[in-house]
Design a protein. Structure first.
Length: 526
């Protein structure tokens, strides 16, 4: 027995010592497969996953498969030969796609190398390449279910051969495998009425097959829609998924009241999917969301406990620092919606400190307003005026949000799209006068004054979209910031601005404020 325990211990040491290098090779393998497979239509909606064999699962495998005897007590040879020391999984949506993918992989790995192994014809021969076995598939498992489990060999930089196990699984088989693994894998106790459990598992499997059929029908329906429509439906579906997963948890950990947090879920999904335009990348995001959502032990009251924000440690560029401070104040406040959003964002983003969380959130939220470059010409690149305009726009957005402070400010289908459209039209109308400023004029008017004039002009335009009106106090503040600056005359009619403020109305609409802006030669507001 001591000999066996020593073999197990030595094997664990051998495997532990390889973990870092194996992780590196795993990344290379996934990159190799993505490069050589994802360009083919068959792999557009396939998720790639990988893992390195962990030490914790090694001892049971050694005993069960009698590896000590097989390898004559040589732990190093045993670890080097482990067939699944690196595991890679191709996840497709439908059951029928498993065989289709296997046959396709066989068809493109057509160059014979050795024994039953072939390499992909388009891949470069030699180092950093994957050899794929053409042995008959699928294999029959102990539970009598089929699995596409393909032996592969990875050739690394030094021409070393590393065993790789490649699995092809549909969503149905992934889910089934997880259920079976959690309930029965390494469960060595006798189970009373085992036939009953076998029957129950068989029923679950049949239900999953039925679900696969429904997914197939849904896929057929989705395929008739455009890629953009499919992506929008995926986002909507996952917003509902997050609602299902977290609505009760919010009541348990944040506030014991049923609150409509749909805007929170929608904004999280908007951030997670970002500017993704391909269905394959969307599937990777879906996989990440699902995996993280089921890690519910991390979702607790600590997510909503305020931790200090350290502005001196921020990585934000200057014009975005103010938004970091605003979000920090909202996190400290009793605003349930922002606390829920920031807590859920922390859950998904996995950052070490509150400062990192806030910084990341600021950049994610402001990324929705990154498209203003397209309204400048190539010859504008490098001009100081362009930098000033872009800074003014960002500061205008942030100032308008400071006055508004609701989540839907950043939601595409509520305000964000209208804000972007309005600002785009405004930038086109005003950019020429600021792009033409030379260094002497910028120095004369003071760069910060020029930036602030653009800032507050944008703020007014945005507030008339989000709030429909601007109250007297807000208007007085904006006037106080610009009225004595000569450069303000480029965008504002200061005399008209002063007249309007003196009326002391409580709120001002767009029609009330039309005269405060300078008109162009055609009499149109700029």
């Amino acid at each position: 027995m001591d000999e066996l325990l020593n073999f197990i211990s030595e094997s664990e040491i051998q495997l532990e010592g390889k973990q870092i290098s194996l992780e590196t090779e795993k990344v290379k393998i996934l990159s190799f497969l993505e490069k050589n497979l994802n360009k083919h239509d068959n792999f557009k909606n396939v998720m790639l996953q990988g893992r390195v064999k962990g030490v914790s699962s090694l001892s049971e495998k050694i005993v069960r498969k009698r590896y000590m005897d097989k390898y004559e007590n040589n732990a190093q040879n045993f670890i080097n030969d482990l067939p699944d020391i690196i595991g890679v999984r191709l996840v497709c949506m439908l059951l029928e796609q498993e065989e289709e993918l296997f046959n396709f992989i066989k068809s493109i790995s057509s160059i014979h190398v050795e024994n039953d192994y072939y390499r992909i014809s388009e891949a470069v021969e030699g180092k950093n390449t994957l050899l794929i076995s053409h042995a008959k598939q699928p294999e029959k498992q102990k539970n009598n279910k089929n699995i596409f489990r393909i032996n592969c060999i990875w050739i690394d930089d030094n021409c070393n051969k590393i065993p790789v196990e490649l699995q092809i699984k549909s969503l149905m088989h992934v889910f089934w495998g997880e259920i079976e693994h959690m309930l029965f894998y390494k469960n060595y106790s006798y189970m009373i009425g085992s036939n009953f459990y076998v029957g129950m598992m068989d029923t679950i499997f049949k239900n999953l097959v039925a679900l696969d059929t429904q997914l197939q029908l849904m896929s057929q329906q989705l395929s008739k829609r455009s890629k953009e429509q499919q992506l929008e439906e995926i986002k909507e579906m996952f917003a509902k998924f997050i609602y299902t997963m977290f609505s009760k948890k919010f009541q348990e950990n944040l506030i014991n009241i049923e609150v409509d947090l749909r805007e929170v879920y929608t904004l999280i999904i908007q951030i997670e999917f970002g500017n993704i335009s391909s269905l394959s990348r969307a599937q990777n995001v879906m996989s990440k969301i699902i995996n993280q959502a089921y890690n519910d032990t991390q979702f607790n009251k600590d997510l909503f406990n305020y931790e200090g924000y350290e502005p001196d440690k921020t990585i934000l560029r200057e014009e975005r620092k103010e938004l970091g401070l605003i979000l920090n104040d909202l996190y400290k406040s009793s605003d349930v919606f922002w606390k829920a959003f920031i807590g859920l964002y922390k859950f998904f983003i996995n950052k070490d400190s509150n400062t990192e969380v806030i910084d990341s959130m600021v950049n994610d939220l402001m990324s929705f307003y990154n498209g203003f470059n397209e309204f400048f010409e190539a010859e504008d690149e490098g001009k100081e005026g362009k930098k000033i305009i872009k800074e003014g726009i960002e500061l205008g957005i942030i100032t308008a949000f400071k006055f508004y402070q609701k989540l839907d400010f950043f939601l595409i289908h509520v305000h964000q799209k209208n804000i972007f459209t309005s600002l785009s039209e405004y930038v086109v109308s005003i950019k020429s006068r600021f792009l033409s400023l030379n260094s002497e004029e910028i120095k004369k008017h003071d760069r910060s004054n020029i930036t602030n004039v653009i800032r507050y002009a944008c703020t007014v335009h945005i507030m008339l979209i989000t709030n429909k009106t601007i109250n007297l106090e807000q208007l007085q503040f904006i006037y106080s910031e610009i009225h004595d600056k000569e450069i303000s005359g480029e965008l504002f009619n200061i005399e008209e601005f002063e007249k309007i403020i003196k009326t002391e109305n409580q709120n001002y609409s767009f029609d009330d404020l039309k005269t405060i802006f300078i008109k162009d030669n055609n009499g149109e507001e700029e």
